[in-house]
Design a protein around this ligand. Structure first.
Ligand code: NAI
Ligand code: MG
Length: 359
């Protein structure tokens, strides 16, 4: 079968790292006899906004719906379009319309990458943050009353539905079940948030009964944040509500080194809608145009996309190629400046694609 991939490079270094991602994907596809068909789109960018006054064409949903996945760079160019417009006008539309209810961020300390945490070696940190991506604390239920008076009151409700909670928990448990350690950690705060978080805990316990092989524990979010920094090695799969997951999914990659290597995926696990794969970083206006952005985050996204499309061996092969090249260090591989090397985006991308063909 042929997988049809929509490619949206976006802005800034998105346009530089996406070609490196495609080069690595094509090398991997060649190696495993897969057929990937890439179609490029210029929308969801500041260029598009300047020409059309919107981030997306009116028929974007019908256009993208026909694809098996979306390979996304980064959007945002604050000089031209305010960030809230570029983000709400593109990426957040995709997440909601395509019901991408899982946000997935692997946190793995790669060889050759220095962790800001002292004394950590590659292999010490390897976990997955699963964030609920559509409801929870990020609801639009609420408002202000008695505005401008001393009784001014502001409310914003957390929304948890059984379907919404259970589907992200099921996904997280399935991930844990497939991994060697079979360990799931749930982020909670049921001591302070006394209605919604006990419900979350209750659903975790209920789902756990269906996955008897998975060992489950839970921590309050404050303690969990501390444990991420103090004992990152103890985690395997971490599942969290929208707000807690947002925080953990930035903290996790921060524990494993440069922003330039961290990948993420916005997934609709039911396969009813396309899923979207994007590096954690943004368009990096400060280094855009110099050809020195680290392409590893984007390439790693390619590996996650292959896994999602049902090719775990190809995905693991590509991730292995990234690790091999990073392990050679600035002396032996053209690592980019954020990894203390002198290589360019294109050189590092090519080295990984070559490694895919060799190993
Ligand atoms: P950023 O991630 O673009 O950059 C933060 C810092 O990390 C910069 O110093 C940058 O040079 C460095 N950096 C980022 N990616 C790198 C890479 N691959 N290689 C080497 N260094 C890298 O975040 P910032 O500056 O806050 O945002 C810039 C623009 O990107 C804004 O318009 C923002 O809204 C947008 N943005 C978009 C995201 C997305 O598309 N999902 C995510 C985050 C920001
Ligand atoms: Mg965040």
């Amino acid at each position: 079968t042929t997988h049809r991939i929509a490619v949206i490079p976006g802005d800034g270094i998105g346009k530089e790292v996406v070609p490196a991602g495609i080069e690595a994907l094509e090398a991997t596809a060649g190696r495993f006899g897969l057929r990937l068909e890439f179609t490029d789109f210029g929308f969801a960018s500041a260029d598009y906004w300047q020409r059309h006054g919107t981030m997306l064409p009116a028929d974007w949903e019908a256009t993208l719906r026909g694809f098996d996945a979306i390979f996304f760079g980064a959007v945002g160019w604050p000089e031209v379009v305010p960030d809230h417009i570029s983000l709400w006008g593109s990426l957040l539309q995709f997440r909601r319309t395509f019901d991408q209810y899982v946000n997935l961020r692997p946190c793995r300390l790669m060889p050759g990458v220095r962790s800001p945490l002292a004394g950590r070696e590659p292999g010490d940190i390897d976990f997955l943050v699963v964030r609920e991506n559509t409801e929870g604390e990020y609801s639009s239920v609420g408002g202000r009353i008695f505005e401008g008076t001393e009784r001014e009151t502001v409310l914003q409700e957390t929304v948890m539905t059984r379907i919404g909670v259970d589907r992200v928990l099921r996904y997280a448990f399935e991930q844990a079940e497939r991994r060697p350690r079979k360990h799931l950690t749930s982020a909670t705060k049921s001591n302070g948030i006394s209605i919604s978080m006990p419900y979350w805990d209750e659903r975790v316990a209920a789902m756990g009964e269906r996955f008897p092989d998975v060992r489950v524990d839970r921590f309050h979010i404050d303690a969990l944040a501390a444990l991420f920094v103090l004992h990152p090695g103890r985690f395997d799969v971490v599942v969290a509500s929208n707000l807690f997951g947002d925080i953990l999914s930035d903290l996790g990659p921060a524990c494993t080194g440069t922003l330039g290597i961290a990948p993420s995926a916005n997934i609709n696990p039911d396969g009813l809608h396309p899923s979207l794969f994007e590096p954690v970083h943004g368009s990096a206006p400060d280094i855009a145009g110099q050809g020195i952005a680290n392409p590893v985050g984007q390439i790693w996204c390619g590996s996650m996309m292959l896994d999602h499309l049902g090719h775990p061996e190809a995905a693991a092969h590509l991730l292995g190629a990234i690790e091999d090249v990073l392990a050679h260090g600035p002396g032996g591989a053209p690592l980019t400046p954020d990894l203390h090397g002198k290589g360019t985006t294109a050189e590092l991308g090519r080295a990984i694609a070559e490694r895919v063909r060799e190993r």
